[in-house]
Write a protein that binds this ligand. Sequence first.
Ligand SMILES: [Ca+2]
Length: 143
Amino acid sequence: MFSDHCGNSAITLSSAFNSSVLRSFHYPIMYPNDMHCTWFVHGINAASIRLTFDDFFTEYQYDYLSVGRGNVVTDDSKMLYLSGKFPPNSVTAEGADMWIDFVSNNFAGRRGFQLLLTWMDSVRKTKTKVATTFFVHVDLKIL
Ligand SMILES: [Ca+2]
């Protein structure tokens, strides 16, 4: 497993830096085989964290993205388990923490994903300063 392709596993959002982009390694070029990446998103004083799918394409039934609430990866906290190319528009985890986990198997990649992570101060209210002025790119690079 190539966890060294995953970039920084901790992604912090705050009212000043309230959104972040998470891309799969090499996006939009095919991600490698045998990857296992886990990212933990924490929003300082956030009421919820929203993940929006800008783009998503993984090998159907073999390469999976999981998303859950909280800061521990468990089946109980899992909210989404996705492969292929038809994600929902977004998923929102109540609370200040969300985890994201990606696993690819030993053959055949796809272009991967680009996800927008947004800090929210209530369950359905997004702060307005998202994305343009305060934009943090989390580009996944070999450490
Ligand atoms: Ca695969």
